[in-house]
Design a protein around this ligand. Structure first.
Ligand code: NDP
Length: 449
């Protein structure tokens, strides 16, 4: 990775030394520090109070054993994590990821990103993230429930609507949030709705939360297109993944007149020139919990299943990586540029490698980082917390207008901040600097805690 501004490089090397082997965390720290040169030059008070060093050190890290019994009566042991990264702006807020790849370095990268993302939303929420190396795929309902109950039996003592408020992420959707909330309620004997977000609509959830991350990312791109006097009408879009974020990004692109011509899962991608049939995709992925091959088979002629190569070779005007970290590398970025893709916006967290980002930006393509483009999910979680606190529930229409307004405000804040700090047009610099300064100023005000 490129060497940073001198003072920032010293801080980064200390992060490497203190957090060995956590490569994703290193990457996310480097990406933020890379934007902060002009900020530390302008505001020496941040260096005097060691704000960056403090930001890179989580306030609290919890690692715990999660024992549970599988359907054959065997004992299974997983590892649970919650990293409470920064609470300068509000209670720790960020999702839980259940995936076999989860280890401390993944949770810390996600938690670190979350600090700045949450600051960008303008809502009063700090940053945290958690999860487990548990793999819900192929597990029965009973196994998923027993795992979630065991996970919460340890985690509950660290949570609270004013302390730490988890939500979903990869492998954690409405079903898992339900089991987690049920166990929290049972242990604490409190109907504390605001302790988890992503809840079902009949038990404290918010309209639009399920759709929010995907919808929000597309609203963000709508604002990017508007800077060029364009809109989604007639645009070809490629979306990676076929989970929560991907599915609702597809839905909103179609509502705005674009066509999503390909999506994927970890087993392959489907190219569907007529446009992805979202009702079918939801049926396969949400109801049947099937694979992308099942969608291709059910869709029939016109939809091609591809199990080799990269989804980023499919020509498009707009690319929305919505699956997982580092899924779009330099070779993929080169394909996108060659095929005329004008915009890449991250629905997932850190899906684009640093080399790919550089290649896209050098080629004059618009690039929106996840901490800005996918902030609609956590912003709507904060709206869910507002509704829980006031024991109210808002309509779909009202909540969607709030989401769209928040995404537009984040978009504009990124561009204004980039301009102010000498990087006009850079969403990456704008997001990092706007998120950082908001948290840094709060940390200064709160003293050395
Ligand atoms: P889901 O579990 O609903 O979906 C994840 C999708 O990505 C699935 O299609 C999955 O395929 C695919 N995927 C996961 N890991 C890999 C991998 N290693 N290689 C290829 N494909 C993979 O998760 P979400 O949609 O909730 O999350 C997607 C991304 O968006 C993550 O980066 C998450 O952190 C981020 N995000 C999510 C938010 C939310 O509100 N849910 C908010 C903000 C960001 P398969 O089923 O085959 O594993």
């Amino acid at each position: 990775m490129p060497v940073l501004d001198e003072k920032l490089q010293v801080i980064y090397e200390e992060v490497l030394r203190r957090n060995q082997g956590e490569t994703e965390f290193h990457q996310s720290v480097h990406e933020v520090l890379d934007s902060l040169g002009p900020v530390v030059a302008k505001h020496p008070q941040y260096a005097d109070a060691a704000i960056i060093q403090r930001l890179c050190e989580p306030e609290r890290q919890i690692i715990f054993r999660v024992p549970w019994t599988d359907d054959s009566g065997g004992v299974q042991i997983n590892r649970g994590f919650r990293v409470e990264f920064n609470s300068a702006l509000g209670p720790y807020k960020g999702g839980l990821r259940f995936h076999p790849s989860v280890y401390l370095g993944i949770v810390k990268f996600l938690g670190f990103e979350q600090i700045f993302k949450n600051a960008l939303t303008g809502m009063p929420i700090g940053g945290g993230k958690g999860g487990s190396d548990f793999d819900p795929k192929g597990r029965s309902e009973g196994e998923v429930m027993r795992f979630c109950q065991s996970f919460m039996t340890e985690l509950y003592r660290h949570l609270g609507e004013h302390t730490d408020v988890p939500a979903g992420d990869i492998g954690v959707g409405g079903r898992e949030i339900g089991y987690l909330f049920g166990q929290y309620k049972r242990i604490t004997n409190r109907y504390e709705s605001g302790v988890l977000t992503g809840k079902g609509l009949t038990w404290g959830g918010s309209q639009v939360r399920t759709e929010a991350t995907g919808y929000g990312a597309v609203h963000f791109v709508e604002a990017m297109l508007a800077t060029r006097g364009e809109d989604f009408d007639g645009k070809q879009v490629v979306v990676s993944g076929s989970g929560n974020v991907a599915m609702y990004a597809i839905e909103k692109v179609h509502q705005l007149g674009g066509t999503v011509v390909a999506c994927s899962d970890s087993t392959g991608q489907v190219v569907d020139e007529k446009g992805i049939d979202l009702a079918l995709l939801k049926e396969v992925k949400e109801a049947q919990r099937g694979r992308i091959a099942d969608y291709a088979a059910a869709r029939g002629a016109g939809a091609a299943l591809v199990t080799s190569g990269s989804i980023w070779q499919v020509p498009c005007d707009i690319a929305l990586p919505c699956a997982t970290q580092n899924e779009l590398d330099a070779a993929d970025a080169a394909s996108l540029v060659r095929n005329g893709c004008a915009i890449v916006a991250e629905g997932a967290n850190m899906p684009t490698t640093p080399a790919a980002v550089k290649l896209l930006v050098d080629a004059g393509r618009l690039f929106a980082p996840g901490k800005a483009a996918n902030a609609g999910g956590v912003a709507t979680s904060a709206l869910e917390m507002q509704q829980n606190a006031s024991r109210d529930s808002w309509s779909f229409e009202h909540t969607e207008v709030r989401l769209a307004t928040i995404m537009r405000a984040i978009h504009d804040r990124c561009l204004e901040t980039a301009e102010e700090y000498g990087a006009p047009g850079s969403y990456l610099a704008g997001a990092n600097i706007a998120g950082f300064t908001k948290v840094a100023d709060a940390m200064l005000a709160l003293g050395l805690v």
